[in-house]
Design a protein around this ligand. Structure first.
Ligand SMILES: Cc1cc2nc3c(=O)[nH]c(=O)nc-3n(C[C@H](O)[C@H](O)[C@H](O)COP(=O)(O)OP(=O)(O)OC[C@H]3O[C@@H](n4cnc5c(N)ncnc54)[C@H](O)[C@@H]3O)c2cc1C
Length: 403
C-alpha cells in the first residue's frame, strides 16, 4: 500500500520534550482481544480507553508512535466544528446538527476532565475562541450563527466591531465569542496516553504494516507486510488519512494545510490568548503556546501530491505571516518553525466512526477535519461502547450507514 509523507518541515512541537514511548518488534504470530492499527493521537486515545475498560490491547504502526500526522497538528482542541451549525443544519437537519455540535462540546469537556483526573502533563490550558467574520460568514450570517448556537444550549455571544476592538484589539466587523476550548501539546498528550495503555498491559509494535484482513464470525486475522499475523476479536483502524482499501471512502477527501510558529513573545500576545479563527475560505487560525509562541495556520487546499505541498511551504508560510501581521500588527511574525501536513475531511465536516459495512468486527475512524482531536475523543467513546456491546446514543450520527 502506498505510504504518504504525512507531514514535512519542522512542527513546533519538536521544540518541546515529550516522553518516549517504548515499542517492540513483531517477530511471531500473536493474539489479543483488540488490535488498534495506528499510534497517533486517535490510536492512543482508543488504546487508553479500551485498556481502561479492561481489554487486552495490541497496537501496531507501519512507522512508529507519533510518526504520522499527529505531531503536525496545531492542537486547537475546539468543540466548534469547521462547518457552522447553521450550514450543517441545512445539510443534515437541525436536530442532528445540534446533536453533533453538543457531542463535540461534551467531548472537549470529557477530554479536559480526563487529562486532569489522570494528571497528564501536556501543557493544558482552557481558552476562549473568537470566530471572526470573513468571506464565508459576514456580520448578519455570523450573528444568526451565534443565535443558532445559543438556541442549541451552547454558550456564545456575538460581538460587534466595537466590543471586539475594545476587548480584544481586533479590527473586524464582528465575531462569535465562545468558551472552554483546550490548548495542549499533542505529542505530550499522545505519548502519555500510549504509555498509560502500556502500563495497563498493552503491547506496542512499530514497523508493522497491516496489509490483509481475514474476518470470520469470531475474530479477525491481520496479515502484516513482513509476515507475522495478529489475531484479534476486534480491530480498530486509527490510520489517519491512509485508509485501508476496503474502507468505503466515497465521501472522504484529503486536505493539505500549512502552519508556522513564531519566537516566544508573551508580552505581545492578545487578551486571554483566545483561539482565533476566521469564517473564511481559505481560513486563518491561531493560538499561543505555553511559552508565548504564536502558532498560525491555514491556506488549506485539496491535496494533490507531497511534492507540491512541500514545494510551497515557503510561499504558504509567507502568506500566513502576512495575514497574521495584518490582524495583529504588534506581533513579530517571522516564522521560527514552518511545516505542512495533511488531514482527511468529509463534506459535512463530521467524522465517520463505526463498524465497517459487512465487517462488524472492524471499526474505522476517518475524515477528522480541523477538529481531529475532538473527533478522536468522540471516536474513543463510541468505539469502546460498540465493542463492549453498549449503545452510544450519538453513534448513528457518525455511522458509515449515515453517509
Ligand atoms: C497542520 C495541521 C493542523 C491541524 N490542526 C488541528 C487542530 O488545530 N485541531 C485539531 O483537532 N486537529 C487538527 N489537525 C488534525 C489532526 O492533526 C489529526 O486529526 C490527527 O493528527 C489525526 O491523528 P491520527 O492518530 O488519526 O493520525 P496519524 O497521526 O496520522 O496516525 C495514524 C497512524 O497510522 C499508521 N498507519 C497508517 N496505515 C497503516 C497500516 N496499514 N498499518 C499500520 N499502521 C498504519 C501511520 O503510520 C500513522 O502513524 C491538524 C492537522 C494538520 C496536518
Amino acid at each position: 500500500m502506498r505510504k504518504f509523507d504525512l507531514r514535512t518541515g519542522k512542527p513546533v512541537w519538536h521544540g518541546y520534550r515529550a516522553p518516549s514511548v517504548p515499542t517492540n518488534k513483531l517477530v511471531r504470530d500473536i493474539r489479543s482481544e483488540i488490535l488498534v492499527v495506528g499510534m497517533g493521537i486517535s490510536g492512543a486515545m482508543m488504546a487508553e480507553a479500551l485498556t481502561g475498560e479492561g481489554y487486552q490491547v495490541v497496537l501496531i504502526d507501519r512507522r512508529g508512535p507519533l510518526l504520522g500526522s499527529t505531531p503536525a497538528t496545531t492542537a486547537l482542541v475546539q468543540y466548534e466544528i469547521d462547518v457552522p451549525l447553521t450550514t450543517l443544519s441545512r445539510t443534515i437537519g437541525k436536530a442532528d446538527a445540534e446533536r453533533a455540535w453538543r457531542r463535540s462540546r461534551l467531548a472537549v469537556m470529557n477530554l479536559k476532565s480526563h487529562i486532569e483526573a489522570s494528571k497528564i502533563a501536556c501543557d493544558l490550558a482552557t481558552r476562549p475562541t473568537l470566530y471572526l467574520a470573513g468571506n464565508q460568514l459576514t456580520g448578519g450570517a455570523l450573528e444568526a450563527e451565534a443565535d443558532a448556537r445559543r438556541d442549541a444550549g451552547l454558550l456564545s455571544r456575538y460581538l460587534t466591531a466595537k466590543p471586539l476592538a475594545d476587548e480584544f484589539g481586533i479590527d473586524r466587523e464582528g465575531a462569535i465569542l465562545s468558551h472552554d476550548n483546550l490548548a495542549l501539546d499533542p505529542r505530550k498528550l499522545t505519548a502519555r496516553l500510549l504509555n498509560i495503555a502500556r502500563e495497563r498491559g498493552a503491547r506496542l509494535y512499530d514497523d508493522v504494516e497491516a496489509v490483509d484482513f481475514d474476518t470470520s464470525a469470531d475474530g479477525v486475522t491481520v496479515g502484516t507486510a513482513h509476515g507475522p499475523t495478529v489475531r484479534a476479536d476486534h480491530v480498530v483502524l486509527c490510520t489517519g488519512y491512509e485508509l485501508l482499501p476496503f474502507v468505503p471512502a466515497d465521501n472522504h477527501q484529503v486536505i493539505s494545510t500549512w502552519a508556522i510558529a513564531t519566537r516566544p513573545q508573551k508580552a505581545n500576545l492578545w487578551p486571554q490568548e483566545a483561539f482565533i479563527w476566521e469564517a473564511s475560505d481559505p481560513y486563518l487560525y491561531m493560538r499561543a503556546t505555553k511559552d508565548g509562541r504564536v502558532i498560525c495556520g491555514g491556506e488549506d487546499e485539496e491535496f494533490s501530491d507531497e511534492t507540491r505541498r512541500d514545494a510551497v511551504i515557503g510561499e504558504k508560510s509567507q502568506a500566513i505571516s502576512r495575514k497574521l501581521k495584518k490582524l495583529m500588527p504588534q506581533l513579530d511574525v517571522t516564522p521560527q518553525y514552518a511545516w505542512a501536513g495533511a488531514f482527511g475531511s468529509t463534506s459535512t465536516g463530521l467524522p465517520i466512526i463505526g463498524p465497517v459495512p459487512q465487517k462488524p468486527r472492524i471499526h474505522a475512524i476517518m475524515g477528522y477535519g480541523g477538529n481531529g482531536i475532538t473527533f478522536s475523543r468522540i471516536a474513543s467513546e463510541i468505539v469502546s461502547a460498540s465493542i463492549a456491546g453498549r449503545k452510544d446514543s450519538d453513534a448513528d450520527l457518525f455511522a458509515f450507514s449515515n453517509r
